[in-house]
Write a protein that binds this ligand. Sequence first.
Ligand SMILES: [Ca+2]
Length: 298
Amino acid sequence: MTLHRKNILLDTDIGTDIDDTWALGLLLNCPELQPGLVLTATGDTLYRARLACRILDATGRREVPVAVGIPTEFARTACSQEAWVGNYQLGDYSGKVHRDGIQAAGEWLQRTEAATVIALGPLTNIAALCVRHPDLIARCHFIAMLGSIAKGHRDAAGAISEYNVCGDIPAAQAVFKAPWKSVTITPLDSCGNIVLDGERYQRLLTSSRPIPRCILENYSAWRKQDAACPPRQSSVLFDTVAVYLAFAEELLVMRELRLDIDDDGFMRETAAGRLVRTALDWKDKEAYLDLLLHRLLA
Ligand SMILES: [Ca+2]
């Protein structure tokens, strides 16, 4: 029986926090998902596209096209995998590269039935697509690592203005008002404490498979930027949960909430808010960590 794969547009700020790199590795190893386009989000989107291309090259996945999204103001110090990218240029990638990412994403949405958009960074690109192509957005499901309902980082009590929201608040507000078929999020409540450590981390270290090798090389380059990062474990792998939500949700506690985003970047439940399928907690976090490891090692 042929598995019907979901067509995925991945919008990612890969190259700052390392979790996008783990999430891309997970996406590439999910038989349920077909990565159709990787679009780079915010900051130095050209650097991010070079990084995405080099990862796809190193893992033998050159069939995946990469598109350069809308650049925004950004500190060079946040290009934390630059050492791993080295002199690799977009022209070195034998797959397709699109310099105008919004144009390319619009064309991809136009020719793709029932697409799922996964967003792993601030929503500058996605808001631009919502403005330019509301008719195409209405055919898509939207999934994001986004916001904070009742918990912050590492299960700390209380909501915060989360990075992917406060990185472009008007964009997040616009995306919530767009006519998506459905909106699903993993806020910090569910994704803010996902860490691979102990035996699971050891198994990654000893793998010779291309995806774990590539992730760990990048993680090693990234760790040099962050002396506070503890040894022998991953950092928090927020974005992997959004990829999981594209093919399953049974390990999570899902709630339909009506959510608004205020001008300070906080998510609020309001009667007139957007109906959002929200991953509020885990039913079985250990099973998710096992699944994540198993997929990365596949
Ligand atoms: Ca991210």
